[in-house]
Design a protein around this ligand. Structure first.
Ligand SMILES: Cc1cc2nc3c(=O)[nH]c(=O)nc-3n(C[C@H](O)[C@H](O)[C@H](O)COP(=O)(O)OP(=O)(O)OC[C@H]3O[C@@H](n4cnc5c(N)ncnc54)[C@H](O)[C@@H]3O)c2cc1C
Length: 289
């Protein structure tokens, strides 16, 4: 069978492309392939109101799990409330919506061994062909750019009592600094559940998760929060580009998406706004014969 488009890797970028194509180009025969058990991995993806156009807000809305009308930032001698909406997606909802929308055209537990512009070699030896293939297999192992890193561990906790927060605290930089910039990130998900994330900038992508876990417990204790049940944990080493060549695939003929294409914000490592724009751009393209 010849596919119109094969998307390799069902992460944020390719998932959004598949979602958008399903809405505006349902006649296309699109296959989304993922090595894991579900699309999207284990992530919280957040974005600001002005990151997206009104039309983009509309088409991404079914994937959004939480929104708040504003948020706070705190530094040692400055605290500000920002009156701008903030939004969050969770990968479990993302996976659920994609499964509903794509049915059998989302193929899970299917590792890919090799990708070329019109051919995909599966790890089981099968070969698939398409009029176009987009490689969205996430962050390359070794970036060619000179990078620093944003290291973090985030934990979603149920508390014994309400935490009292009504809006996100995007940066609490009043915490002790270590080596480079450090802050805590808090998302109130319900009156007694909270995502608590310790984020540290570093020159090396070496994440000691136990150290971060202990720091989250200390931070909660200082805020007089009693942690009662750990619901979920996520972690990451996001690249912060300092200098250097573009990622290797951007000079080849292979179309790529998301982190694989170097489409992330140089200072935050965030990729959602660019992934949304890419999904719109792909949905507006003709597929080659
Ligand atoms: C924990 C975490 C939180 C983040 N929070 C935010 C945020 O709040 N806002 C924001 O904008 N950005 C955030 N980011 C940064 C960035 O947006 C994410 O990393 C985003 O998931 C990148 O999307 P992607 O599609 O490029 O890659 P990924 O989402 O990593 O997707 C790549 C997919 O390809 C699959 N894959 C890899 N190899 C193969 C193979 N051989 N065969 C088949 N499938 C394969 C993987 O299993 C994965 O599902 C976060 C990153 C992390 C790690």
């Amino acid at each position: 069978m010849q596919w119109d488009l094969i998307l390799v890797g069902a992460g944020l970028a390719n998932g959004l492309i598949a979602w958008r194509l399903q809405q505006v180009r349902p006649e296309l025969n699109v296959l989304l392939i993922e090595q894991g058990e579900a699309a999207g991995g284990n992530h919280t993806w957040s974005f600001h109101h002005h990151d997206l156009s009104p039309e983009q807000h509309q088409w991404i809305a079914p994937l959004v799990a939480h929104s708040w009308p504003g948020y706070d930032v705190m530094f040692p001698s400055l605290t500000r409330h920002i009156d701008q909406p903030y939004y969050t997606l969770f990968s479990d909802r993302f996976a659920h919506r994609l499964t509903e929308a794509l049915g059998d055209n989302l193929r899970l537990n299917c590792p890919v061994a090799a990708v070329s512009p019109q051919r995909v070699q599966l790890a089981n030896g099968d070969t698939l062909t398409a009029r176009a293939v987009i490689d969205g297999r996430g962050q390359p192992d070794a970036p060619t750019q000179r990078c620093a890193w944003q290291l973090f561990v985030g934990q979603e906790w149920r508390l014994a009592h309400p935490h009292g927060l009504t809006r996100p605290l995007l940066m609490d930089a009043t915490v002790p600094q270590c080596n480079a910039y450090r802050f805590f990130y808090l998302l109130p998900l319900s009156p007694d559940t909270l995502l608590i994330e310790d984020t540290r900038f570093s020159n090396a992508p070496a994440l000691n998760r136990d150290d971060y876990r202990a720091a989250i417990k200390d931070y909660a204790a200082q805020r007089h929060w009693t942690l009662s049940a750990l619901l979920r944990e996520e972690s990451g080493c996001l690249p912060l580009t300092l200098a250097g060549a573009p990622p290797p695939d951007s000079t080849s003929q292979q179309p790529c998406s998301g982190m694989r294409a170097g489409l992330f914000h140089a200072v935050t490592g965030y990729s959602l706004p660019l992934a949304v724009r890419l999904a719109d751009a792909v949905a507006g393209l003709g597929i080659p014969d």
